[in-house]
Design a protein. Structure first.
Length: 103
């Protein structure tokens, strides 16, 4: 059985025991997280597609770790103007493990 969930402005196809990295979620290591925005559930038989979400469906997960993504450098230079700007960014991420899908 699999589900398509929405979190952090992105959609993820998940199954039980999957480990994935998503945008930062509140909670320490070992905390339980519940996703209510389930867009689709499939697996045995016909798939259930929500309008926009499947009613009564949820995906339960556990926080594995809180981490940060790679450093991204945004460098802008205007030639012959002695003008430049350097900005760095590291995204906060959460690694989760899917424990169950409730349809």
């Amino acid at each position: 059985m699999y589900a398509v969930i929405k979190t952090g402005g992105k959609q993820y196809r998940v199954a039980q025991n999957d480990v994935l990295t998503v945008e930062k979620l509140a909670g320490d290591t070992g905390a339980k997280v519940e996703f209510g925005d389930v867009l689709m559930i499939g697996g045995e038989g016909a798939a259930k597609v929500g309008t926009p979400t499947v009613q009564g469906a949820k995906v339960l997960a556990e926080v594995v770790e809180q981490t940060r993504g790679p450093k991204v450098i945004a460098f802008k230079k205007r030639r012959r103007k002695n003008s430049r700007r350097k900005r760095g960014h590291r995204q906060d991420l959460t690694t989760i493990k899917i424990t169950s899908i409730v349809g």
